[in-house]
Design a protein around this ligand. Structure first.
Ligand code: PLP
Length: 454
C-alpha cells in the first residue's frame, strides 16, 4: 500500500474510522498510529519507526509477522476457489482438513470443530449449542450459564454477556438473561489473608454455591479462560482448575474452556486446558488458529456433545456465511503446519517459555512490582504502591497507561489492563528479544517509581 497518500491518513482516520474499545475524542486529538509493515516480532510505523511487538498483535500473531508461506497458501486457494459454503451438503478441502488437523492436537475427546469467523462468534455458538444439547437430552430447563467477573469472551451480545466486564455490560443493557458471574481467581487483589492455594479452592467452590443457588437442573454450563487474558493475565492458583473440573463433573454441567488466547501454543501446550490437566466439553478457539493472518475461529466439540448433536438433534439452526471459509482455512492450515514443523509448542514449553519466565520474574525485585508471573509466553505483572502489603495504586488505570506509554516511546508494544502489565509475544521471539523487552519494561517501571509517589 506504499502508493497510498500516507501523509493525510491520520486526518482521514479521524474523519471516518471508528475504532474498537476507544475513546474517539481522545484518540482523534492524539492521532492514530499507522502501522505499515511487520517482520518477525517487529512492526514498523509509517515514519519507519520500529517496535518490538510484545503483544503479538492482539494475542494472535503466534508465528510472527511476514510469513510468505501463509500468504502464498491463501493466494493459491483464492485463485482456485475463493469461496464456497458449508451449509447444504458441501465442503471444501481446506475446511475439512483443518478440522482434522485441529482435532489431531486436542487429545482424546475433542474430535469435532464448528467453524466461525471470530472468537466472539465461537462463544455465541457454544452458548446456543450447550442449551440445544441439554434440550435434546430431555432437559430443557438446563439453560443457565455461569461465567466469571472480569472474564473476556468477546463483543457480540452473548460474548459480552458471558464476559464479566462492567464497562461492557453498562453499554447495551447486558448481560442478557440466563447468565450469572462468580468471582475470578485473582489472588493478588482479592485473596486477602488466604494463601493462594486456599483462595483458589474458595473461588472455585463459588461455582458449587452458584449451582446450588440456581438449581442443578437449571444450569447448562460453566465457562472460563484457562488464564484470563484481557482481564489482566490472571494466572489461577494451581488448586483452582482441578476443583472446577471436579465440580462440573459431579454436578453434571458442561465445562467450557475459552481457548481463544491460550490455544495454539501460548502456554507451551497446544491448548490451555492441557496445561491445567482438565478436559472441557466445549472450547471456543480463534486468534492463534490462523496467527491472525485471516479471521477464523471455531468451537471444539467433545464426543459427548457431538454425539447428541449428530444422533439426537436433527438440525442445529446456526452458522455463518463464512463458516469454514476456504481461504481462511487454507491460511490456518499453513499456520498450523509452521507451528508443527518448527516445533513452536515444544519451544515454548522447553526453551523460550522457561527463559521468558526467569526474565519476567526478575522484575519482581523492582519496588513498584507486586508480582510477575507467567506461563509459557503469557505474562502478567502487577504494579504495586506498596509491595509489602499488596497495596495497589489509587488510580490503577493511570499507572498502567503511564508504563505502557513509556514502553511505546521506547520502541516496545506492551498492553496494560488497569495496574497490570501484560505480555504475549510471538512464539518465535528470540532470547535477546526477551531481554530487550524486559529491559525496556524495567525502564518503564523506573519511570513510574520516579513520577508517582503514593
Ligand atoms: C479475543 C477473545 C475473544 C473474542 O475473539 P474475537 O475474535 O475478538 O471475536 C473471546 N475470548 C477470549 C478469551 C479472547 O481473548
Amino acid at each position: 500500500m506504499t502508493d497510498m497518500p500516507l501523509s493525510n491518513l491520520g486526518a482521514i482516520d479521524a474523519a471516518h474510522h471508528l475504532h474498537p474499545f476507544s475513546d474517539m475524542k481522545k484518540l482523534n486529538a492524539a492521532g492514530t498510529r499507522i502501522i505499515q509493515r511487520g517482520e518477525g516480532v517487529h512492526i514498523f510505523d509509517n515514519h519507519g519507526r520500529k517496535y518490538l511487538d510484545g503483544f503479538a498483535g492482539l494475542w494472535c500473531v503466534n508465528v510472527g509477522y511476514g510469513r510468505k508461506e501463509i500468504a502464498e497458501a491463501a493466494y493459491r486457494q483464492m485463485q482456485e476457489l475463493p469461496y464456497y459454503n458449508t451449509f447444504f451438503g458441501t465442503t471444501t478441502a481446506p475446511a475439512t482438513l483443518l478440522a482434522e488437523k485441529i482435532a489431531s492436537h486436542t487429545g482424546d475427546k475433542l474430535n469435532r470443530v464448528f467453524f466461525t469467523n471470530s472468537g466472539s462468534e465461537a462463544n455465541d455458538t457454544w452458548f446456543r449449542m450447550a442449551r440445544v444439547y441439554w434440550k435434546a437430552l430431555g432437559k430443557p430447563t438446563k439453560t443457565q450459564v455461569i461465567a466469571r467477573k472480569n472474564a473476556y469472551h468477546g463483543s457480540t451480545v452473548a460474548g459480552a454477556s458471558l464476559g464479566g466486564m462492567k464497562l461492557m455490560h453498562e453499554q447495551g443493557n447486558l448481560p442478557i438473561e440466563g447468565i450469572s458471574h462468580i468471582n475470578q481467581p485473582y489472588w493478588y487483589a482479592e485473596g486477602g489473608d488466604l494463601s493462594p492455594a486456599d483462595f483458589g479452592l474458595k473461588v472455585a467452590r463459588e461455582l458449587e454455591e452458584k449451582i446450588d443457588e440456581l438449581g442443578e437442573d437449571n444450569v447448562a454450563a460453566f465457562v472460563a479462560e484457562p488464564i484470563q487474558g484481557a482481564g489482566g493475565v490472571i494466572i489461577p492458583p494451581d488448586t483452582y482448575w482441578p476443583e472446577i473440573a471436579r465440580i462440573c463433573r459431579e454436578r453434571n454441567i458442561l465445562l467450557v474452556c475459552d481457548e481463544v488466547i491460550c490455544g495454539f501454543g501460548r502456554l507451551g501446550s497446544w491448548f490451555g486446558h492441557q496445561h491445567y490437566g482438565v478436559e472441557p466439553d466445549l472450547a471456543p478457539i480463534a486468534k492463534g488458529l490462523s496467527s491472525g493472518y485471516l479471521p477464523i475461529g471455531g468451537v471444539l466439540v467433545s464426543d459427548r456433545v457431538a454425539e447428541v448433536m449428530v444422533e439426537e438433534l436433527g438440525g442445529f439452526y446456526h452458522g455463518f456465511t463464512y463458516s469454514g471459509h476456504p481461504v481462511c482455512a487454507a491460511a490456518a492450515l499453513e499456520n498450523l503446519r509452521i507451528i508443527e514443523e518448527e516445533g513452536l509448542v515444544e519451544r515454548v514449553r522447553d526453551d523460550i517459555g522457561p527463559y521468558f519466565a526467569q526474565a519476567w520474574k526478575s522484575l519482581e525485585d523492582h519496588e513498584v512490582v507486586g508480582e510477575a508471573e507467567s506461563v509459557g509466553l503469557i505474562g502478567g505483572l502487577q504494579l504495586a504502591a506498596d509491595k509489602s502489603t499488596r497495596r495497589r495504586y489509587s488510580s490503577p488505570d493511570d499507572v498502567g497507561t503511564l508504563v505502557r506509554n513509556h514502553c511505546l516511546d521506547n520502541g516496545l508494544v506492551m498492553r496494560a489492563t488497569d495496574d497490570r502489565m501484560l505480555a504475549s509475544p510471538a512464539l518465535i521471539i528470540a532470547r535477546s528479544e526477551v531481554d530487550e523487552m524486559v529491559d525496556t519494561l524495567r525502564k518503564g517501571l523506573d519511570h513510574l517509581r520516579d513520577t508517582v509517589r503514593e
